[in-house]
Design a protein around this ligand. Structure first.
Ligand code: SAM
Ligand code: SF4
Length: 346
């Protein structure tokens, strides 16, 4: 039996088996279709659409790859008022979104009470709330949960501690692991993820990332190719490869059949059909941006971000047609991962 067939049945691969599959492109089509079959069998045919509200690009951190890093003085900074946040969320809900993903740079410019009020107001509008605000204190995570937040996304970025230290000056890898453990302990539907194509990142290290996600039993995992930003210290790096990122995502699906996996915007930036191809190789979530106006362009992690001149209404319509053309229905549920639902029922 081939390695792919084996993983399709028992959802196990060793580190060396993962590296072997990543090293050769000979079995890519078999891998992509196996990942799609596993996703349909265990997580269903439906695609969850979640509205991504990029509500502030202020950031105190220094991640070498990211355009929002504090040292990037070229970027015009913004912070939406709570009224704007609720207005954009309300409109997104009226377009049919059941989840609002509140994402920002890591900053303390909103008071805890302000954030909690925004979370509970969005919940009262009938949507579930996912947060992606970076590393916070335990008490803050607890307060968000009490306010009604359902989910939290915090990518580990890489599990390779030496690589992490090189790319994240003044940050602590162990604190990032700690935050992920806290989020799980508090009861969030917890998501993590990694970047593919970071400088000096080896296939062994990518294999370790995948095994870490599986061992940690996350509910959601996002895999994104690294795209170099000219306004960062990694301006001259090569960047991630679309095929490699797609393969990592497909392997993730074989290892974690019940989780939610987004078809990331970074995939679409590298390939015009990036999200569509991702939905045919293991992904089951898309997160179109629901922020309006100039803010869409100002949340500039990397160049070439897609859809910056579109309106949220147009994006919703466009992505729906693309997904429907694949024969995949759009979900009308809250969008919890099957893994989370199973855990809640246990
Ligand atoms: N500040 C929060 C955090 O870091 O967790 C959330 C927002 S941050 C912009 C969301 C994700 O963007 C990061 O986890 C990182 O993986 C991704 N990202 C940042 N710069 C990127 C780049 N140049 N290419 C691809 N993805 C990038
Ligand atoms: Fe800030 Fe997140 Fe970008 Fe790091 S990845 S610089 S924490 S916005």
């Amino acid at each position: 039996m081939s390695l792919i067939q084996k993983a399709k049945e028992n959802h196990q691969l060793s580190s060396s088996e993962i590296v072997k599959l990543l090293s050769s492109d000979q079995h890519n089509e078999e891998l992509f279709s196996a990942a799609h079959e596993v996703r349909v069998k265990y997580s269903g045919e439906e695609v969850h659409l979640k509205g991504l509200l990029e509500f502030s690009n202020l950031c105190k951190q220094h991640c070498f790859y990211c355009g929002l890093r504090a040292e990037n003085r070229q970027l015009k900074r913004y912070k939406l008022s709570p009224i704007e946040v609720l207005d954009f969320a309300q409109k997104a809900i009226s377009y049919g979104y059941h989840t609002i993903v509140m994402q920002s740079g890591e900053n303390e410019s909103y008071r805890l009470e302000e954030l909690c009020e925004m979370i509970s107001s969005i919940r009262q509008m009938g949507a579930s709330v996912t947060l992606s605000l970076g590393e916070k204190r335990y008490e803050e995570y607890e307060a968000y949960k009490r306010a009604g937040a359902d989910r939290y996304l915090l990518r580990i970025e890489t599990t390779d501690s030496r690589l992490y230290a090189k790319l994240h000056p003044k940050m602590s890898h162990s604190n990032r692991f700690q935050c992920l453990r806290w989020l799980q302990e508090i009861g969030f539907e917890t998501g993590s993820g990694s970047l593919i194509g970071l400088p000096h990142q080896s296939l062994d290290s990518i294999a370790n990332d995948l095994l870490f996600f599986q061992e940690s039993d996350f509910d959601m995992v996002g895999i994104g190719p690294f795209i170099p930003n000219p306004e960062t210290p990694l301006a001259n790096s090569k960047g991630g490869d679309f095929i490699l990122a797609r393969k990592v995502m497909a392997l993730l699906r074989l290892l974690m059949p019940y989780i939610n996996i987004p078809a990331t915007t970074a995939m679409e930036t590298l390939h015009p059909l990036g999200r569509t191809l991702a939905l045919e190789s293991g992904a089951n979530v898309v997160m179109p941006v629901i922020t309006e106006g100039e803010y869409r362009a100002l949340y500039k992690l990397y160049p070439g971000k897609v859809c910056i001149n579109d309106t949220p209404a147009h994006c919703r319509h466009c992505i729906t047609s693309k997904i429907t053309a694949l024969g995949q229905p759009i979900s009308s549920s809250r969008g919890d991962s099957r893994r989370f639902i199973i855990r809640q029922q246990a």
